[in-house]
Design a protein around this ligand. Structure first.
Ligand SMILES: *Cc1c(COP(=O)(O)O)cnc(C)c1O
Length: 409
């Protein structure tokens, strides 16, 4: 029975609170192990994992093939740098090319870095063409990362405040609003940057046809469509890439989170023609294409791109969405909306939900809240139906407690 405040958890947290920068506010639990869609803390308590390391642990914890590939590669060579070639990076790039719209891959280490690569690609393309285009249009409530370029494109004031001046020439328009996008386009627009579904913005699915309309507008204006698939990619939505649901292909996409199955890796995928603009010496990353991270990525892509694996994710998704719709009905006093795609859902409340993850922990569920109003469900894609149901049952219980509180007060 999970109980907060075991001796080991507390001891480590006391140390961490002193030594680490206070830029996070972790739940009071130190994770030391995991198996599939369950994790274990330093005091031996077990939790169902509905966070998945923020949509990272696609294959869950301690996945045998993933662990084996990492161990094997670690025993061969850990790092090479890009002054030489390495096998896992080449093999992973081939897989990404074979299974996406793209022809060329740039590897880096995080989502923000992958977004930066897209921003630099857009600038370089129009620099090379001699057109003075450099402006980027991105969307309100979007999230693209914390480095200054990616941060500038992030359409949420709370992340940007205190870090100005930011990149010039970036404008945000309301997500899903094609008219606003059309109005914001100028002859200086180099690219439109967007997530296929807002992740940190609250798992917001745009109106159907939105991606297609963005594709059409960018084509009409001769600028790039940059798709940030850092959270939506690698099977999260029930297809390998989020854009597949909309029948469009971007000019470049950023990947990270799920790609390494838990190891840090990022990637930018683009076309042959555009990739030529980032030629020798124009961009780079010391750790980019790290052989261990790429070996992990190779296993993740092999497992996740299997049609039976993806079909299972879509089946579980149907079940999840049905159950969440029932919860929304049952708890309609507090639940404003439930939405999502694949094994990725948001439960929006009309009350502050930031205390709920801590209560969930006491009931054996690892859960996170985004923006104070939305609970995000993003379990490992390998979760089984029973575990999924058990986690949903905890959320059900938490929502019941929420309703009863104001009436008692
Ligand atoms: C998480 C996220 C990022 C940033 O990734 P980091 O690895 O934290 O730099 C960028 N874009 C989207 C859509 C994300 O969800």
């Amino acid at each position: 029975m999970p109980a907060e405040g075991g001796a080991q958890n507390e001891a480590w947290i006391a140390r961490g609170t002193k030594a680490l920068l206070g830029n996070y506010k972790p739940l009071p639990v130190v994770l030391v192990g995991g198996e599939g869609a369950r994790v274990k803390d330093a005091d031996g308590n077990s939790y169902i994992d509905f966070v998945g390391g923020i949509a990272v642990s696609a294959l869950g914890h301690n996945h045998p093939a993933l662990v084996r590939a990492i161990m094997e590669q670690a025993g061969k060579i850990l790092h090479t740098a890009n002054v030489v070639w390495n096998e896992p990076a080449i093999a992973l790039a081939e897989k990404l090319v074979a299974r996406s719209f793209g022809d060329r891959v740039f590897f880096c280490n995080s989502g923000a870095e992958a977004v930066e690569a897209m921003i630099k690609l857009a600038r370089k393309v129009f620099h090379d063409r001699g057109e003075g285009r450099f402006e980027i249009i991105s969307f309100e409530k979007s999230f693209h990362g914390r480095t200054l370029g990616a941060l500038t494109c992030t359409g949420q004031e709370k992340y940007r405040v205190g870090f100005e001046p930011l990149l010039p020439g970036v404008r945000n328009v309301p997500y899903g609003d094609i008219g606003a996008l059309e109005q914001a386009m100028t002859e200086r627009t180099a690219a439109v940057l967007l997530e296929p579904i807002l992740g940190e913005g609250g798992v917001v699915v745009p109106p159907s046809g939105f991606l297609k309309a963005v594709r059409d507008i960018t084509q009409k204006h001769g600028c790039l469509m940059l798709l940030d698939e850092v959270q939506s990619g690698v099977g999260r939505t029930g297809t390998l890439w989020g854009y597949e649901h909309e029948g469009v292909a971007p000019d470049a996409m950023s990947l990270a989170k799920g790609l390494g199955g838990g190891l840090p890796i990022g990637a930018m995928v683009t076309t042959e023609a555009l990739g030529q603009h980032l030629g020798f010496g124009t961009h780079g990353s010391t750790f980019g294409g790290n052989p261990v991270a790429c070996a992990a990525g190779g296993v993740v892509i092999d497992v996740v791109s299997d049609p039976t694996f993806l079909a299972r994710v879509r089946q579980l998704s149907e079940h999840l969405m049905t159950r969440l719709a029932q919860l929304a009905k049952q708890h309609r006093k507090v639940v404003v909306d439930v939405r999502g795609r694949g094994l990725w859902a948001g439960i929006e409340l009309n009350v502050d939900c930031s205390p709920l993850p801590r209560r969930a922990l006491q009931s054996g569920l690892l859960l996170n809240a985004i923006g104070g109003r939305v609970l995000r469900v993003a379990p490992p894609l390998v979760i089984d139906k029973g575990t999924l149901d058990a986690g949903i049952a905890v959320i059900d219980q938490l929502l019941s407690e929420l309703v009863s509180e104001p009436t008692r007060a």
